[in-house]
Design a protein around this ligand. Structure first.
Ligand code: GLN
Length: 190
């Protein structure tokens, strides 16, 4: 059984906790820096990245979280969580944790595609197609050398990994398919 933290300052943290528990692991809501000790991994959920970034400062979690990630703590950012991890989120916006070598465009899908669900194969993650839920989603415009692209849709990168870091534009926690959660635990944890 693994101890998996979910940043619980804002956004869809509960849904991640439920899936973690359904897989037989311990899911812990994280709101304080000292709770980051002794975790096997952490998930940064979807929500609103500007609000979450500000709360990371207010709750004084940011520095400890950056240190832990830089020291190898497995981390998975979904949607807003991906924005938090990116080194670059656009010319005018200050990035948040700045740990992953990706350029992310926020709210990147136009109004007609604001939110949508598709089923796609992501061979690295699952043998079967998985439902991908996009909600005012970001995508990755550019990746650095150490980043492996896991999924592109219409030339837009929507899943990638770099060492101990996994990011997805979409929200597996809002589906009943736990393939991405299982992939995270099986491939990123010691
Ligand atoms: N649009 C949100 C942001 O920029 C992300 C949306 C989400 O997490 N579903 O933070």
């Amino acid at each position: 059984m693994k101890k998996i933290g979910v940043l619980a300052l804002q956004g869809a943290f509960n849904e991640h906790i439920e899936i973690i528990k359904s897989l037989g692991h311990e899911g812990i809501e994280i709101r304080k820096p000292e709770q980051l000790n002794n975790l096997d991994g952490i998930i940064l959920p979807g929500g609103e990245s500007t609000a979450m970034g500000k709360l990371l400062d207010d709750f004084q979690i940011k520095e400890t979280l950056v240190n832990k990630i830089n020291n190898g703590l497995p981390v998975w950012g979904t949607c807003a969580g991906m924005i938090l991890l990116a080194k670059n989120i656009g010319e005018k916006e200050e990035a948040h944790l700045k740990v992953m070598d990706i350029n992310v465009k926020r709210n990147a899908y136009g109004s007609q595609l604001d939110s949508f669900v598709i089923e796609e194969n992501v061979p690295e993650i699952s043998e079967n197609p998985i439902p991908l839920v996009f909600i005012r989603a970001p995508y990755i415009e550019k990746v650095g050398n150490g980043v492996e692209i896991l999924k592109e849709i219409d030339g837009k990168i929507v899943a990638a990994k770099q060492n101990n870091m996994l990011v997805t534009s979409f929200h597996p926690e809002l589906t009943d398919d736990s393939a991405v959660h299982r992939y995270f635990v099986n491939n990123f944890f010691n």
